[in-house]
Design a binder for this molecule. Structure first.
Ligand code: UDP
Ligand code: MG
Length: 316
């Protein structure tokens, strides 16, 4: 039977969390989607765990035919792990969540209901984070949210929350993207017509420690910035124009000074500065232009689908 609902969970060294996670998840699914009208499946990706996670997942899959495990040969990161599961899911509604019980599985039916209302992407918006996470964990994600809002133009509160639901079409579109580094929430939004957020509860990590160090977070931020905009490259030209203008203004100022104070002496070093500014600015503009071409090449090689046709109406 084709599943209707697919749950995707990336797993990296989560042996302490898997039993509780599976217990709560299977209970929710059994209660909220009991009938054959909405069959479900769960796809775990084992992202190269070094502990007993994989063995535990395989054990679950042996007793429950609706569970699948995608085994990676090494650790590729959370977003790659989710992609690995996306390639396997067959449901019409796809929900992702973290394994560490920070995202309560009990919220899944709420997200599914929103997709059924006609939304393509439903994001979870974590409530009461401040008390749960440290400053160093919330501050970077506030930054991530701000930058993502700017680069993607979609105003969501919480891009970092991975408790999210997607329609089949959006997942198909994401699967057609050939790029290597991708930030799933932002990518999904670029293919969605209707996007919404629902408040979800947020708990502390149940056990084990966060798989995201500062470096991984910084990397993720760079992925985000470079995957969704050419802004950094375009800034080069802007900076160049600004510096060149400064040089030019200084130059004009010097000439004006000469005329107004013919007897005064201005050191030649100032004219040199004016020239220097001008040429440095010109160089930056040139970099920016080069960057513009490189950016376009980058966009081409990413080979994202330019559009996705949902349906052709009026055709046999
Ligand atoms: N994860 C993964 N591969 C990684 C890092 C994390 O599959 O390289 C999974 C991890 O097992 C968890 C989810 O991604 O299910 C979120 O990770 P974590 O809780 O460490 O992130 P945080 O909540 O600290 O942002
Ligand atoms: Mg976590």
């Amino acid at each position: 039977m084709e599943p209707y609902l697919s749950i995707v969970i990336p797993i990296y060294n989560e042996e302490e969390n898997i039993p509780v996670l599976w217990g709560r998840l299977s209970k929710v699914l059994a209660e909220a989607f009991p009938d054959a009208a909405k069959p479900w499946e769960v796809v775990f990706t084992d992202d190269g765990s070094r502990d007993r996670s994989l063995a535990m997942l395989v054990e679950i899959a042996q007793t429950e035919p609706r569970v699948k495990v995608v085994e990676f040969n090494r650790n590729y990161g959370q977003h790659s792990a989710i992609f690995g599961a996306f390639a396997e899911v067959r449901g019409q509604v796809i929900v992702t969540l973290d394994a560490d019980l920070q995202n309560p599985p009990e919220e899944i039916p709420k997200l599914v209901a929103k997709v059924e209302e006609g939304y393509d992407v439903v994001g979870g918006w974590r409530q009461g984070r401040q008390q749960n996470d440290s400053f160093f964990r919330t501050m970077p994600s506030k930054l991530v949210n701000a930058v993502t809002r700017k680069t993607t133009g979609v105003k969501l509160h919480d891009y970092g929350c991975m408790l999210r639901a997607y329609s089949r079409e959006v997942v198909n579109a994401m699967l057609m993207c050939k790029e290597r580094s991708s930030f799933i929430p932002a990518l999904a939004n670029s293919f969605a017509k209707r996007i919404t957020e629902v408040p979800v509860a947020h708990a502390e990590r149940a056990a084990g420690e966060s798989k995201y160090g500062l470096w991984k977070l910084i990397n993720l931020q760079f992925d985000l910035l470079t995957s969704f905009s050419l802004l950094p490259l375009q800034m080069l030209s802007v900076v160049g124009i600004f510096i060149a203008f400064l040089g030019f203004a200084l130059f004009v100022g010097l000439i004006a000074y000469r005329f107004l104070h013919p007897e005064g002496t201005v050191g030649g070093v100032f004219s040199l500065f004016a020239l220097l500014f001008f040429f440095v600015g010109a160089q930056f503009i040139a970099f920016g232009l080069l960057g513009e071409y490189i950016g376009r090449i980058y966009q081409e090689v990413r080979d994202r689908p330019r559009y996705m046709v949902k349906k052709v109406h009026g055709a046999k």
